[in-house]
Ligand binder design. Structure first.
Ligand code: DSN
Length: 421
């Protein structure tokens, strides 16, 4: 039975005829599009079941064994399952699985390490960083003094000499490594060394690459980093949510800054779904999946380059790449590219590239990632075909006949790789 059929949403059909068609439309949209947003994925039915479970009914403020509500025995078991599995998966000393999101995880970590006005050294958002690492209008930028580091103009990769120089000059209390649009391997040990040298705490935000780290296909920050935050829904392929891993000596403080510091009742249905996703990630085929993400990213990158494209930093080591639109399609903005590809059922997001001269609402780049298509079962040859379609649509600069022709080919491919059926 397809998730899209009315019977899969029977209860909703009975109470909410307005919502029902929207739910069906979203299932169909996901089934009929190629999802290249690097931070998205398609979770398993088991994760969906946990998310839609009776755990959503329960308040469980506190932690296993120390709750502020009765009736929490099953909550304790589930949270312990999630915590134990996370520890096994990442090899961390302590973990908190309650953050509602990656941004919430980061806020709790900041509250554990910083006082208002303290300095954070973090990657510039326009160079691949994340808004929760210091955007002026985010809580990070509102409460703390942000010193951004940028990528090197030539290599378009993080420049440790520059990071060290800034760290010595500004004496940050916290140094953040991690990014949301950075296609290269991050050397977390080097960040830890610099942090130690200047007496700062190193926090790694591995939201994008958590699945690769768990599978041992990207160096792990866990051995040398005080605090590691992540989301659970990107390469890790779990429910939308966050998590904080840390050294034992940070464990108590992190827990108190999550609850009651910045959150109330934990979302126990999400924690149950995190436990399921971690169990899936502990299975041997998760490593095969992560390796295929990397292989598919290489194939997509090579396919794009073979069409005359330039990728920021010259390529990718991970699940994503940044396409610099300017050389091959000088007049096309990221916004136009996102719109035209969307019309051809290829879903991407516009993205700033380092030293971008266009505004964030236009951009000169596209961010493309392979976690979702890989879950769907696409392989390297399929990614090469997708690269060709992207090139056709962008070269045609919005020509409707080209968009329609490519959408037809995308739909045929989607039919070959059914989702939730
Ligand atoms: N918004 C996410 C991304 O797309 O990378 C990060 O939180």
């Amino acid at each position: 039975m397809s998730v899209a059929t009315q019977s899969a949403f029977g209860a909703i059909a009975a109470v909410d005829p307005e919502l029902l068609p929207v739910m069906q439309a979203e299932v169909t949209r996901q089934q009929q599009t190629i999802e290249l947003i690097a931070s998205e994925n398609h979770v398993s039915r088991a994760v969906l079941e946990a998310l839609g479970s009776v755990f959503t009914n329960k308040y469980a403020e506190g932690y296993p064994g120390k709750r502020y509500y009765g009736g929490c025995a099953n909550m304790d078991t589930v949270e312990d399952l999630a915590r134990d599995r996370a520890k096994k998966l990442f090899g961390c000393d302590a973990v908190n699985v309650q953050p509602h999101s990656g941004a919430s995880a980061n806020i709790a970590a900041f509250l554990a390490v910083l006082k208002p006005g303290d300095t954070i050294l973090s990657l510039d958002l326009a160079h691949g960083g994340h808004l929760s690492h210091g955007l002026k209008v985010n809580i990070s930028g509102l409460l703390y003094n942000i010193v951004p580091y940028q990528v090197d103009a030539k290599t378009e990769q993080v420049d440790f000499a520059e990071i060290r120089r800034l760290a010595i000059e500004h004496k940050p209390t916290l140094i953040i490594s991690g990014a949301s649009a950075y296609p290269r391997t991050l050397d977390f040990d080097k960040f830890s060394e610099i942090a130690e040298e200047v007496g700062a705490v190193h926090m790694a935000d591995i939201a994008h690459i958590a699945g690769l780290v768990a599978a041992g296909l990207h160096p792990s920050p866990i051995p040398t980093t005080a605090i590691v935050t992540t989301t659970t829904h990107k390469t890790l392929r779990g429910p939308r949510g966050g998590m904080i891993m840390c050294k034992e000596d940070w464990g108590k403080k992190i827990n108190s800054r999550v609850f009651p510091g910045s959150q109330g009742g934990p979302l126990m249905h999400c924690i149950a779904a995190k436990a399921v996703a971690f169990a899936e990630a502990l299975k041997p085929d998760f490593k095969t999946y992560q390796q295929q993400i990397l292989d598919n990213a290489q194939a997509l990158a090579e396919g794009l380059v073979s069409k005359g494209n330039r990728l920021v930093s010259g390529g990718t080591d991970n699940h994503l790449m940044l396409l610099d639109l300017r050389p091959a399609y000088p007049d096309v903005t990221g916004q136009q590219a996102e719109d035209w590809l969307g019309a051809a059922n290829i879903v991407v997001n516009k993205n700033m590239i380092p030293f971008d001269e266009r505004k964030p609402t236009q951009t000169s780049g596209l961010r493309l990632g392979t976690p979702a298509t890989t879950t769907r079962g696409l392989k390297a040859a399929d990614m090469v075909a997708i690269a060709g379609w992207i090139d056709r649509v962008l070269r045609a600069e919005g020509d409707q006949a080209t968009i329609d022709a490519v959408r037809g080919e995308v739909l045929s491919m989607c039919e070959q790789f059914p989702l939730y059926e």
